[in-house]
Design a protein around this ligand. Structure first.
Ligand code: GLN
Length: 265
């Protein structure tokens, strides 16, 4: 459980950082400032600030905000029957794109590829319920956080696994490249953790008895369990996390524009 404490600490730090960043970048005119001519000329609305940011932005494809994602992560990103993309991340990205005067382009791929695309400048942003971690911060930059996630444990209803400690020696299904995979291999050893292409495949493996448990983010866990009678989510969380938007390291102009837009939203 030390992991939970460490993550909670880091998220508390990030929240306070986010608070500082927010007030610095998007101050609007206060009545005091408005009384001084010099100050009022600096006081732009956040909308004006966002479109000014957009004018300076260079994106992967001109006029577009390209988002890499893994659209199998309900309710954050899903693929509809007609092949469109929907979900919380898609909506937030769409609103950010609109604020920046750009058209949203969603590129669907495996989760680890979605992270790499943003790191390597193949996409402008990765939004995929991406958890902020120290390791990822070494290779990409993150926006202010916009949601909280929990790593949950899914087991069959009659399982003898009642807490994270009971996972020792069990076969654990995860999604490749996710924090669920990283934490489980750290805590229970690589031999006990199987990485699947996506969460749904991991849950199918649990249904087929190929693994004893699946560790995955709480929001998709709920929808997978709803759709698969006979499975349940343990009450105890395995880890607590913060989601943010990832961009290539050093792309400060885009990051500032995203944070201004996020704050306004
Ligand atoms: N939040 C997890 C991570 O960032 C999983 C995200 C996902 O599967 N889309 O690793």
């Amino acid at each position: 459980m030390k992991k939970i404490t460490a993550l909670m600490l880091s998220s508390a730090m990030m929240l306070s950082l986010a608070a500082c960043g927010g007030s610095a970048s998007t101050d609007t005119a206060s009545s005091e400032a408005a009384s001084s001519e010099a100050a009022s000329s600096e006081a732009v609305s956040t909308e004006e600030a966002a479109s000014a940011d957009a004018a300076e932005l260079t994106t992967v494809t001109a006029g577009k905000l390209t988002m890499s994602t893994n659209a199998a992560f309900p309710p954050y990103e899903m693929t509809t029957d007609s092949g469109d993309f929907e979900g919380i991340d898609v909506e937030v990205a769409g609103a950010i794109a609109e604020k920046l005067g750009l058209e949203l382009q969603v590129d669907d791929m495996d989760f680890d590829a979605a992270l790499l695309a943003a790191q390597n400048g193949k996409s402008d942003i990765v939004m995929a319920g991406v958890t902020v971690t120290d390791e990822r911060q070494k290779v990409m930059d993150f926006s202010d956080t916009y949601a909280e996630g929990i790593q949950s444990i899914i087991v069959p209803e009659d399982s003898d696994i009642a807490s994270a400690d009971d996972l020792t020696g069990k076969a654990i299904g995860t999604q490749r490249g996710t924090t669920g995979y990283i934490y489980c291999t750290d805590d229970f050893g690589e031999d006990n953790v199987i990485a699947y292409d996506d969460g749904l495949t991991a849950v199918q493996a649990l249904n087929n008895g190929q693994v004893d448990a699946v560790v995955i983010d709480n929001a998709p866990a709920k929808s997978f369990v709803e759709a698969n009678p006979g499975l349940k989510i343990l009450d105890t969380a395995y880890a607590q996390e913060d989601y943010a938007i990832g961009v290539a390291k050093g792309n400060t102009a885009l990051l500032d524009a995203i944070n201004s837009a996020l704050e306004e939203l």
